[in-house]
Design a protein around this ligand. Structure first.
Ligand code: OXD
Length: 306
């Protein structure tokens, strides 16, 4: 069995070594143009030339949760695309989102500013019941985030395309319920997959349905958000702030308004990083399951886009 590794911008060698150690009978190598066709590939944002040359691949393992970059390529029909379905990402995402929600809810930025200025001052506690958090996208990551927020007793709403049930979470499903979901959520957390239907879904129309004082946390993709619409709703005062981990252009250009906007917290696409050892273990487990003829999880439906 041949496995090829092709990463755009990341060093593939440690992955090759890890995969080779776990699958000693396989031939694992870094992809280079002209290399023989492999059975399985482990990739992050490979070029179209990789797909065109590796025409006999059975499985494409994406080393991330989002497969939008892969699905934007011309892929042969029948090629199985598999995403990481947790591999240590969901706990990181839960940590990041809870941190952002709590930082905002408890006004820790205000406390930081006061203590920096040597001021010992209290703020009036805000009512948790007024801070319903809406998690948009209830896949593996979204569900974990919703459960983690419940631990802090925030009211939690969830939105997904198809109906879901999660203990303690008020779930809304389908485009016709999006408005109800938004109006009920003071903090909006975006965890949707990026597809043609969800591109630009965070826009003036949707964001202005959040209650006054609404807050946005975008941890999915930059192309979900119409950036000018967010800026104008922040500047008009309708939205209280935003924590943004993903951007239309990454790295975020030096001159971008988000960098120094007083209501925006920027992080460099770090909310849930791919953990190499966990990911290799998961991919190896799936390759072994496929060899035994078993079904695997995380297989992407190219029509749906996730
Ligand atoms: C991912 C990401 O898709 O890191 O995993 O954005």
């Amino acid at each position: 069995m041949k496995i090829t590794v092709c990463f755009n911008g990341l060093s593939p060698e440690p992955w090759v070594q890890g995969l080779q150690a776990a699958l000693p009978q396989a031939d694992v190598s870094v992809w280079a143009s002209g290399a023989p066709v492999a059975d399985h590939a482990v990739v992050w944002a490979p070029p179209q030339a990789f797909i065109d040359e590796q025409s006999g691949l059975k499985t494409l393992f994406n080393t991330g949760a989002g497969v939008d970059a892969l699905l934007s390529l011309r892929l042969p029909t029948g090629l199985r695309v598999v995403r990481l379905d947790d591999a240590g990402m969901s706990v990181q995402m839960a940590e990041y989102v809870c941190h952002a929600v709590i930082r905002h809810f408890r006004e820790f930025d205000g406390y930081d500013a006061d203590t920096q200025a040597g001021r010992w001052s209290f703020r009036k506690p805000r009512r948790r019941a007024d801070f319903a958090v809406g998690v948009m996208g209830l896949g593996v990551l979204g569900e974990r985030v919703a459960q983690a927020l419940r631990v802090f007793e925030f009211p939690v709403n969830g939105y997904s395309r198809r109906p879901k049930q999660i203990d303690g979470v008020q779930c809304f499903a389908g485009a016709e319920r999006l408005g109800d979901f938004l109006r009920a959520s003071r903090v909006l957390v975006n965890l949707m997959p990026l597809t043609p239907e969800t591109e630009n879904i965070l826009n003036r129309d949707t964001l202005s349905q959040l209650p006054p004082g609404g807050y946005l946390i975008n941890v999915a993709r930059g192309r979900h958000l119409v950036e000018e619409d967010l800026l104008s709703l922040l500047d008009s005062g309708h939205l209280a702030g935003a924590t943004l981990d993903v951007f239309r252009t990454e790295p975020l250009p030096a001159e971008h308004a988000f960098w120094h906007h007083p209501k925006v917290v920027v992080t460099p696409h770090t909310s849930a990083r791919t953990l190499r050892d966990e990911s290799i273990a998961q991919i190896v487990g799936k390759i072994q399951a496929l060899q035994r003829g078993e079904a695997i999880t995380g297989v992407v439906d190219p029509q749906r886009g996730y």
